[in-house]
Ligand binder design. Structure first.
Ligand SMILES: [Fe+2]
Ligand SMILES: [Fe+2]
Length: 136
C-alpha cells in the first residue's frame, strides 16, 4: 500500500493532487488483488481507471511543459510514452491470461518504484520550472 504521506511533493501543487489520485487507484488495485483476486470484472474496471487516469496525468504535465516552453520536454514526454506503452502491454497480457502475478509484479512493484523516482527527478524539475514561469 502506498502511504500518501510518503509521496514526494513537487512545487506545483496541481501535480501533487494528480499523484495522490494515482496512488489511490494503485492502492485500490492492491486491495482487489488481495481480497477479490477472481473478480475479473472489478480488476478490469480498475485497470481501465488506472490507464485513463495515467493518460490524463501525463497529458496534463505535457500540456503544462508546452505552455512554459520547458527545455527538457522531449525527454520527459518520452519517458511518459515509454511507461504508458509498458502499462498497456501489461494490461493486454493480463486480459489474455488473467494472471494476477503480472499485475502484482508491475503495478505493485516496478511501476510504483518508477513513479517514485520519476516524481523525485523529472516531475520535480518540471514543477520548479513551471513555478518559475507561472508563479506558485
Ligand atoms: Fe507526474
Ligand atoms: Fe511526469
Amino acid at each position: 500500500m502506498i502511504d500518501h504521506s510518503n509521496i514526494p511533493k513537487v512545487a506545483f501543487d496541481e501535480m501533487n493532487m494528480v499523484h495522490n489520485e494515482e496512488a489511490t487507484l494503485l492502492n485500490t488495485l492492491e486491495e482487489l488483488l488481495k481480497n477479490s483476486p477472481n473478480d475479473h470484472e472489478a480488476i478490469a474496471n480498475c485497470l481501465h481507471e488506472i490507464i485513463e487516469h495515467t493518460r490524463g496525468h501525463f497529458g496534463n504535465e505535457e500540456r503544462l511543459m508546452r505552455e512554459v516552453g520547458f527545455p527538457a520536454l522531449v525527454m520527459h514526454e518520452g519517458e511518459h510514452i515509454r511507461v504508458f506503452n509498458e502499462m498497456q502491454r501489461i494490461i493486454s497480457g493480463w486480459l489474455s491470461t488473467k494472471n494476477n502475478e503480472l499485475l502484482h509484479e508491475y503495478f505493485l512493484g516496478s511501476m510504483q518504484e518508477w513513479l517514485y523516482t520519476h516524481i523525485t527527478t523529472m516531475d520535480t524539475i518540471t514543477a520548479q520550472f513551471i513555478c518559475m514561469c507561472k508563479g506558485c
